[in-house]
Design a protein around this ligand. Structure first.
Ligand code: ZN
Length: 271
């Protein structure tokens, strides 16, 4: 009995020591693993009520949508060989179960703005380089979950319904200012809205700042492109957004910079 008691005591001590130790640092992912995690979205379909609403139960594997918005019928974007070239727009939605691995981009700010891991690391490298040159690329809006996109979209629809519009009219009006769930590049973790010190907002006059000038010269060196340029309105069907920068990888961004193409032109997509 005495021996058993001592063993139990020893086990208790060992357990308490183990529980006091800090949790081990998560293993750092290689780029290949990060890529794999993008191509195979984490299966967390049942984790939130919102996800359960969005995903079509009959087509879980494809990540097809069950949402019912009259007139809004995007196709589910196919996973490209290069995951950083996934095409997201009003007509191409991310799979509803798409969940990139995330990382905070620049930790010095109180707002912990995240992007997909590789995009976040490149953003930080770009941020540091720009700062050395006297430009501060303040991260304003990065990753946004599909569930949150849905909440924002539904709230906007609700506000129009409460003003007396039919649901179809309300959906159409809401879609003019907010993209439907899965249709925003921010849902992919590959887009960042950038602002400047002292301006906590996205403004068109961002293109008059030294931050914008720096980005135009150097963003491609870190894999970022200006996603919605002023001179590509016909190809884009999206307003000019000098603040919205998209990660596509250094090779692609450099090629696009050389050819002067926007993403639609580069991928051969016509709107
Ligand atoms: Zn944006």
């Amino acid at each position: 009995m005495k021996k058993t008691g001592a063993l139990i005591l020893l086990a208790g001590i060992l357990l308490s020591v183990a529980s006091c130790r800090a949790a081990p640092e998560p293993e750092r992912k290689t780029e290949a693993e990060t890529t794999a995690s993008i191509l195979s979205p984490v299966q967390t379909l049942e984790t939130t009520a919102d996800d359960a609403v969005i995903v079509d139960p009959a087509n879980k594997a494809s990540g097809a949508y069950a949402y019912d918005y009259p007139g809004i019928t995007p196709v589910v974007a196919a996973a490209p060989a290069d995951p950083y070239l996934i095409y997201v727009s009003r007509d191409y939605a991310l799979p509803a179960n798409y969940e990139p691995a995330l990382q905070v981009c620049v930790s010095i700010y109180p707002e912990k703005i995240e992007m997909e891991v590789t995009a976040a690391e490149q953003y930080k490298a770009m941020y540091d380089a720009a700062l050395t040159d006297g430009a501060e690329l303040v991260p304003f809006s990065g990753y946004r979950s599909i569930s949150r996109q849905k909440s924002n979209f539904d709230r906007e629809i609700g506000s129009y319904v409460s003003k007396g519009y039919s649901r179809t009219e309300a959906v159409n009006l809401a879609a003019q200012s907010i993209l439907p769930p899965g249709c925003s590049e921010h849902n992919s973790g590959l887009a960042m809205d950038i602002t400047r010190p002292g301006v906590w907002d996205t403004r068109e006059d961002f293109d008059t700042t030294k931050e914008f000038t720096w980005l135009q010269a150097h963003a491609h060196e870190y894999g970022f492109i200006l996603r919605y340029p002023k001179d590509k309105q016909d190809a884009l069907n999206v307003i000019y957004e000098p603040w919205h920068w998209r990660y596509v990888g250094i090779g692609t961004a450099t090629a696009m910079k050389a050819s002067g193409q926007c993403l639609e032109e580069y991928l051969g997509i016509t709107n």
